[in-house]
Design a protein around this ligand. Structure first.
Ligand SMILES: Nc1ncnc2c1ncn2[C@@H]1O[C@H](COP(=O)(O)OP(=O)(O)OP(=O)(O)O)[C@@H](O)[C@H]1O
Ligand SMILES: [Mg+2]
Length: 232
């Protein structure tokens, strides 16, 4: 695919946090993500993954460089769920969409069902476990049907079965409605199971140290294991 206006183009020359001394977090990051590609961002804790996602989301413009986002809606699942505590679960989801969205209630109920929270629509977020709050945040992002989806460790602090269910849900949703995706994870198997491409951040300040295509026609457990072994 040519370098079109629909790709996500990240060019971060430098991102520092102010302080004495300033903290140099990111350097010379060039990443072009073609439309509808799913990229997993992998790297050690504290290397700057969330920082990069915040730049891509447009939440932080204090950096040197440029970011070109694909046209269309953006949805972000933050590392901390960030729900409004004074709104119920259903109200938190409703706020993600225009109020005149056709069948808003039906879509909210279907999405809550899909993430395993059918019984929690009228509950306030503070009354949910962190894992349940994370599922609400995932539901909210999926409901938006974004052109660009940014996910920061969306499936941590969930039991293995729930995490697998949400990975399946992400795959199903992307099959029905493709999006360009940046998925931050430190779980290499999860990255291989979900992404078209693995981008490794490393160093201090961090840059891209490895960029690997995941070319797996079938994502069964055996294929993921074999690919995982081949990375060593
Ligand atoms: N607002 C901030 N002000 C100053 N330093 C910050 C700020 N946010 C993050 N940092 C520092 O920048 C570095 C990168 O942080 P960041 O949160 O991006 O890492 P991360 O890769 O997302 O880590 P994790 O995997 O633990 O979530 C860390 O050293 C962190 O302490
Ligand atoms: Mg982080």
């Amino acid at each position: 695919m040519p370098a079109g206006g629909d790709s996500l183009r990240i060019a971060v020359d430098a991102k520092d946090y102010p302080g004495r001394p300033p903290k140099a977090v990111l350097r010379a990051i060039r990443l072009e993500v073609p439309r509808h590609q799913v990229v997993a961002l992998v790297g050690p804790s504290g290397c700057g993954k969330t920082t990069l996602l915040n730049l891509v989301a447009g939440l932080d413009d204090r950096f040197t460089g440029t970011i070109h986002r694909p046209p269309g809606r953006l949805a972000v699942v933050f590392q901390n769920p960030r729900l409004l505590p004074w709104r119920t679960v259903a109200q938190n989801l409703a706020l993600a969409l225009p109020p005149d969205t056709p069948d808003l209630d039906g879509r909210i109920d279907a999405m809550l069902e899909a993430v395993g929270l059918a019984g929690q629509r009228d509950v306030f977020p503070n009354h949910l476990s962190v894992g349940m709050q994370r599922r609400v945040a995932v539901a909210r992002a999926f409901l938006v049907e974004p052109a660009l989806l940014l996910l920061d460790e969306p499936f941590v602090s969930l039991d293995a079965a729930t995490a697998e269910r949400l990975r399946d849900l992400l795959r199903d949703l992307l099959a029905r409605r493709p999006a360009t995706v940046l998925l931050v994870t430190h779980d290499l198997r999860e990255a291989i199971a979900l992404a078209d491409r693995l981008v490794f951040l490393g160093g201090s300040p961090a840059g891209i140290i490895r960029d690997v295509a995941v070319d797996l026609p079938r994502r069964d457990a055996a294929a993921v294991e074999a690919f995982h072994r081949s990375m060593a």
